[in-house]
Design a protein around this ligand. Structure first.
Ligand SMILES: C[S@@+](CC[C@H](N)C(=O)[O-])C[C@H]1O[C@@H](n2cnc3c(N)ncnc32)[C@H](O)[C@@H]1O
Length: 147
């Protein structure tokens, strides 16, 4: 299978000029991350959703990118529901989840409406917000949840 970022039909090449620039910027980011993790390991806590090792309301803002909604074939609806409720437990106010389209798809996560409605019944309200960044073609939306 052709990796999604190489497929010009599903990638938007306005943010990155071309695959070489994309690779270079990702490589630099990886280098910055590994350097920071090496010198400041106290900022990193190994954990795996849907269970996090943090007390309730630990963070002002929770960001999650390219995990939830991205792997709809491997991570089922219940994983998404439990993970977002767990992220809501550890935040004092807001969660931002990006993007809303599974890898290789041109459409939002298929059960998004159902999931957001179920979360609302549990006290987690949400709205869909457009963002400036778009690499996955059409993937320029995030969900902002409030607790
Ligand atoms: C495609 S990467 C995205 C990394 C980064 N968030 C970004 O946007 O560049 C997906 C990440 O999710 C992490 N991951 C996989 N399963 C997870 C889980 N159950 N809970 C938390 N993170 C998980 C992987 O280790 C990987 O770092």
């Amino acid at each position: 299978m052709v990796p999604e970022w190489k497929d010009h039909h599903v990638s938007d090449w306005t943010f990155f000029a071309d695959p070489d620039e994309h690779r270079l910027i990702r490589h630099r980011s990886a280098q910055r991350f590994t350097a920071h993790a090496r010198t400041s390991p106290q900022h990193y806590v190994p954990a795996a959703l849907p269970t996090l090792p943090f007390p309730d309301g630990s963070f002002d803002l929770v960001l999650s990118s390219h995990l939830l909604f991205s792997y709809a074939d491997d991570l089922d609806y219940d994983f998404h529901r439990r993970s977002i409720l767990e992220l809501a437990r550890v935040t004092r106010s807001e969660i931002q989840l990006f993007p809303l389209m599974p890898v290789g798809s041109a459409h939002r996560y298929p059960q998004l409406d159902e999931l957001l409605a179920e979360l609302a019944r549990s006290g987690v309200t949400s709205r869909i917000v457009q963002v400036d960044y778009e690499f996955q073609r059409g993937g320029n939306e995030m969900v902002v949840c409030r607790v």
